[in-house]
Design a protein around this ligand. Structure first.
Ligand SMILES: Nc1ncnc2c1ncn2[C@@H]1O[C@H](COP(=O)(O)OP(=O)(O)O)[C@@H](O)[C@H]1O
Ligand SMILES: [Mg+2]
Length: 362
């Protein structure tokens, strides 16, 4: 990856400048004493006719890890950019660290670290030089101890002389994180920070985030990975510019299994015969495929009767000539719940007029 053309122009430079700072944030940390790091109310933002964000509201408490999730085109990046003061809202209000992000942008940039989707390192600068550069644009004085501390914690000290272009994807992302944290922000905002990063580096990256949060850093991020959403205290599901749910992963899971619904995971051949259950039987609310596994949602069954319902379904399939390799009652995953929520929302909103905004990643 080559670095941005220069600090003077282009989106990358604007993004860097947006989080640039005049002084270390430690002095400003907690200055307003507020418990809310982000407060969004009735936020709307359009691009021409496209309503990218449609009247959403949520709050991020100090020290919280908050995940904004949803398919491509849901409005996640737009929401972050308004919170950061890079875009003005068309309607509603946003307070970031208690401040109006548009009018108090300079002050805010001292207190926020922003790892954007397009965050660019300078490929022809070393690890050390990249951090030095970001320290300079943030105006951090005496940044060397901070740099050394970050490199140590990210386990990158042995690579400090290496050119950024020569780093693996996971290492590059860790370096980007170091550059984002060099001015010691109190709020870290990240837009899909681990997209395209290998699973081992992803786990490494998350270990670091968890530790940073433990030290009081507030983290707001978007992610397409449901396992990452599970690590957040609060997850907000966005689709078509709207917020479908805001709750903890546990609450989501508890609420996702409706009072009279159970989920059965089946591996059977031929797969289509099981998928056809959705149309054939009224007690089947949904059938979703996850590779060879099928998740069948049965309605009108109490959780206590899940095992029995599962055995009955398997027996009926077998009697109909389907080869059932495995059938078990399962708790719905976050993925199951999100798919169900988005489906329900689409069914409910199909009659209404909505922008053809989403380009759902399939
Ligand atoms: N600069 C832009 N100009 C016009 N439309 C845009 C722009 N940025 C985003 N959009 C549209 O706004 C919607 C939300 O986009 P975005 O906030 O990037 O969603 P996400 O980050 O969830 O993928 C999409 O329909 C997208 O095409
Ligand atoms: Mg985005």
């Amino acid at each position: 990856m080559s670095g941005p053309a220069g600090a003077g122009g282009g989106a990358a430079a604007r993004e860097a400048a947006a989080s640039a700072a005049g002084a270390g944030a430690a002095a400003a940390a907690g200055a307003d004493g507020g418990a809310e790091m982000v407060a969004v109310e009735q936020l709307t933002r359009r691009y021409g006719k496209v309503v990218a964000v449609d009247g959403i509201g949520f709050r991020v408490g100090r020290g919280e890890m908050f995940g904004l999730i949803g398919p491509d085109g849901a409005g996640k990046t737009t929401t972050l950019r308004v919170i950061l003061g890079l875009l003005a809202p068309d309607g509603g209000t946003v307070r970031t660290c208690g401040l109006d992000p548009i009018r108090r942008g300079a002050e805010l940039s001292r207190r926020i670290g922003y790892l954007s989707q397009r965050f660019s390192l300078y490929g022809d600068l070393s690890v050390d030089e990249n951090i030095a550069f970001f320290a300079a644009i943030h105006g951090v004085e005496d940044w060397k101890p901070r740099r050394d501390e970050l490199l140590e914690r990210l386990r990158m000290a042995p690579f400090r002389g290496r050119l950024a272009d020569r780093l693996s994807g996971g290492m590059r992302q860790k370096l980007a994180l170091a550059c984002t944290l060099v001015h010691t922000p109190e709020l870290l905002v990240m837009d899909e920070p681990t997209t395209g990063v290998d699973p081992v580096s992803r786990r490494d990256f998350w270990r670091i985030l968890t530790r940073l949060q433990g030290e009081g850093l507030t983290i707001l991020l978007t992610t397409p990975y449901l396992d990452e959403a599970e690590r957040c205290q609060t997850v907000a599901l966005m689709d078509h510019g709207r917020l479908l749910t805001v709750s903890s992963p546990e609450e989501l899971r508890a609420g996702g299994q409706g009072a009279h619904q159970v989920m059965v995971e089946i591996i059977a051949t031929p797969k289509q015969r099981t998928q056809e259950l959705r149309d054939a039987r009224r007690d089947v609310a949904d059938v979703e495929a996850f590779g060879e596994r099928l998740h069948v949602t049965l309605r009108g069954v109490e959780p206590a009767a899940a095992g029995e319902a599962c055995r009955k379904l398997a027996a009926e399939l077998a009697a109909a000539g389907v080869e059932v390799h495995d059938a078990r009652a399962v708790s719905p995953s976050l993925e199951d719940i999100f798919i169900a929520r988005i489906r329900a929302d689409e069914a409910g909103g199909a009659a209404g007029s909505r922008p053809e905004a989403a380009e759902v990643r399939s």
